[in-house]
Design a protein around this ligand. Sequence first.
Ligand code: SF4
Length: 352
Amino acid sequence: MNEFDLAQLIAPALVWYDANKRILPWRGIRDPYRIWISEIMLQQTRVEAVKEYYARFTAACPDIAALAAIDDDALMKLWQGLGYYSRARNLKKAALVMMERYEGQMPHAYDEVASLPGIGAYTAGAICSIAYDLPVPAVDGNVLRILSRVRCDERDIIKEATKKAVRTELLAVMPMHRSGELNQAFMDIGATVCLPNGEPGCGECPWAVVCLAKKTGRISELPNRKKAKKRRIEERTIIVIRDGERVLLHKRPPKGLLAGLYEPLNIEGYKGEQETRDLVRSLGLDPLHIASLGEAKHIFSHIEWHMKGYAVRVADAADYADKDGYLLVEKQRIIEGFSIPSAYAAYMRDMR
Ligand code: SF4
């Protein structure tokens, strides 16, 4: 790494932040609980989408005690649509730890915050700097990208070793005051100026005069990241089995993809109409009518589901209630209380 002095970025970033910061519902607060919730939501979701979820979540769970006490299904329902459900499960796990060890409060020491379930170095840095003004950095992909450009740093930003090294380098120059605002300035520069795709807005950038990538014309080459692994494609057949106004749902296993969430029947491979009828019969149900629901796709981080769907009306599915993880549920109850992953949105439209 070259000898670029990171300290020279701090004052311009803070001046820029004062004039250009984004107005967000979780900005300007020092409540570590709300900062935590917003940061976890923002990890995989766009800011605009998070605003609504954040308002709904913090109204339903206004503090750590309420989050620790929430019913698992209600928690999944609150999170429905945000994806990456393990984030929600870890929120509750961490809330339970805080109830047990920290009297229902977010701890103040960085190491204690970073040891909570679902809280890594980035989130701990954001919480401790914004809520407590601790001089710790919050290094995520955005920060790695903008610093790689400004310093012409060719280290692979996908590597954990690079992230760790950048965190150490930033830690050495963090100011004793306004560390939270500095971290938020980095976040905002990454989100609104030095953009990941397309042309960065160098004309608006507080670091334009010192930026080495700009000086040397290497912006488009940076950051250096090795190609992400290709996603595995899985073909699935989704079967929505209905018995009048009731729908047969299945609870997924407690571990793995979409753990513990309810879903319609989800079968490996593409099935034709006749195969689908036979399959429904093999469950002990009597299919009366079958209709195609078309094709849909859902993208997870490492897997893509390419789906074909069918709606099957059956004579009487009552025998299946509460059996082998299956549950026969009134349509209205699905609307009100069941969290069905957005992966199935194309096939559950008329439940909403
Ligand atoms: S000058 Fe341009 S490339 Fe350099 S950090 Fe700013 S926006 Fe990014």
